[in-house]
Design a protein around this ligand. Structure first.
Ligand code: F0G
Length: 461
């Protein structure tokens, strides 16, 4: 079996047509959406790699479980099933259901955050950072040095720089630290895994200083796959047991079930400490819903409970990680620079290296995002200075450390021929790269500007 192609370990029972647009149509659609693919209609997109979040195809077992959704306001059987599933996986006693990950973030970081507080993370995801900053606190990224170099190989490039974390906690004083957040895999840092050794070191340090250690566990099954594959001592430990071992190191976790929960909507917050859980529960009831449903329907909770089991299936994880690696390997073959090694849920293209002629303040990543749509109807997102850039007091752009474009692959949705098509489009992108223009922002909101900003191409004068 060893040398055979790793096939999709599922059959397709229900299909959704893809509209095949023309070049002219796409050019118009992109103009009408102000060169921001977030503003495109999904029907205008052929291959949607905007996100792996909430875009999974559900299994027959999940759909079957949904029919058993108990929609009672309080004490629903579906809640009991979800609560048990989450307690069993995470080991935490207090489970708060939320409609998605960021709702859990708003609640937890609203309680732990506030003015004068600081949070440290391997890299804060955009909604994590936004929720922390919105509370008045500060979010400081603390990845290992290797994470800053897209082509540098490291088996656990998602790791947090523990030495620096120790210095920072001492400098800022433990009392002012809201929490240390380890995001597994590290989405913003390239979908890179975090090793158990690193999680353990972070846990020990947090305990020493008495600061809370929170796992952002939304891709913890994918992270477990990498630990099993690359970290000595874990080759015989099951993916699920690896995840459990990591969760046991933390004081709580946040999970957007829209990723490794294999569902279209849902999330939760799981905590060890009762008084923290009580403070969070107050906010939950005010903003999400009663404690036994959060923002979720009973049927959603059923689907999550099943998804959390299915995601650890070895055949699924092997196919999942291999399909992303396959995309990365193949676009790299004709010289497209990507973040290495390939991460768990996405391939990150180094747009700064690809379009060396486009200055950073003309957002080379946004140019690539637009080109992929124009040439192939492929939708993806910039993870660079559009997403993370700031302005200094003089209004000049303070760029992000890297200009990446993320091709996030939905779970169980696309087949190998879809991915082969994406590879073909990249061949053309590489061939035509010299004629591509930069972009300028014409309109932007204050927070999370990448979602709604408007752009236009910068044409030579
Ligand atoms: N944490 C991480 C690491 C995430 O990747 C996300 C979402 C969230 C928290 C928030 O969860 O969307 O359920 O509210 N990431 C999506 C993405 C949006 O495209 O990477 P949410």
């Amino acid at each position: 079996m060893l040398h055979r192609v790793i096939i999709e370990p599922f059959k397709i029972k229900s299909v959704e047509p893809i509209y095949m647009s023309t070049d002219e149509e796409r050019s118009r659609f992109l103009r009408e959406s102000h060169y921001n693919p977030f503003l495109l209609r999904s029907e205008q997109v052929a291959i949607d790699l905007l996100t792996d979040s909430g875009t999974s195809a559900m299994s027959t077992r999940q759909w079957g479980a949904m029919m058993q959704g108990d929609e009672a306001y309080a004490g629903a059987a579906s809640w009991e099933r979800l609560e048990r599933a989450v307690q069993d996986l995470t080991g935490f006693p207090h489970i708060l259901p939320t409609h998605q990950g960021r709702a859990a973030e708003r609640i937890l970081y609203g309680v732990l955050g506030g003015k004068g507080k600081v949070f440290f993370s391997n890299t804060h995801f955009d909604t994590t950072r936004a929720n922390i900053e919105f509370s008045g606190a500060e979010a400081v990224d603390c990845p290992i040095e290797e994470a800053h170099h897209p082509s540098f190989l490291h088996p656990f490039k998602g790791n947090l720089d523990v030495g620096r974390l120790d210095r920072l906690i001492r400098e800022r004083k433990p009392d002012s630290v809201g929490a240390v957040i380890l995001t597994v895999t590290n989405n913003t840092g390239g979908g890179q895994p975090v090793s158990m050794e690193n999680a353990r070191a972070v846990s020990v340090l947090c305990r020493e200083h008495g600061v809370p250690f929170i796992l952002d566990a939304c891709r913890i099954a994918e992270n477990a796959f990498f630990i099993h594959l690359r970290e000595p001592g874990y080759e015989h430990v099951s993916y699920r047991d690896i995840a459990k071992e990591m969760l046991a190191l933390a004081d709580g976790c946040i999970m957007s079930a829209k990723k490794d929960g294999l569902v279209n909507m849902g999330g939760f917050l799981a905590l060890r400490d009762q008084s923290l859980a009580e403070a969070c529960t107050n906010l939950l009831i005010i903003t999400e819903g009663f404690t036994t449903y959060g923002g979720l329907a009973g049927r959603d909770m059923e689907a999550i409970a099943v998804g959390l089991e299915e995601v650890f299936a070895p055949d699924y994880l092997r196919y999942r990680i291999r399909s992303i690696e396959y995309l990365g390997e193949n676009i790299q073959k004709f010289g497209v620079p990507i973040m290495l090694p390939v991460g768990g849920h996405a391939v990150y293209v180094d747009a700064h290296a690809l379009y060396a002629h486009i200055p950073v303040d003309q957002y080379p990543g946004q140019s690539l995002v637009c080109e992929l749509y124009l040439k192939g109807g492929i939708r993806c997102v910039e993870v660079g200075s559009v997403m993370f850039g700031k302005y200094d007091s003089g209004g000049k752009l303070v760029p992000a450390p890297m200009e990446l474009v993320r091709l996030a692959v939905p779970r169980r949705v696309y087949t190998q021929s879809h991915i082969d098509y994406v590879v073909e489009v990249f061949r053309e992108i590489e061939r035509t790269k010299d004629g591509v223009h930069g972009m300028r922002i014409t309109k932007e909101p204050k927070f999370l500007r990448h979602f709604t900003a408007h752009f236009e191409p910068v044409r030579a004068a």
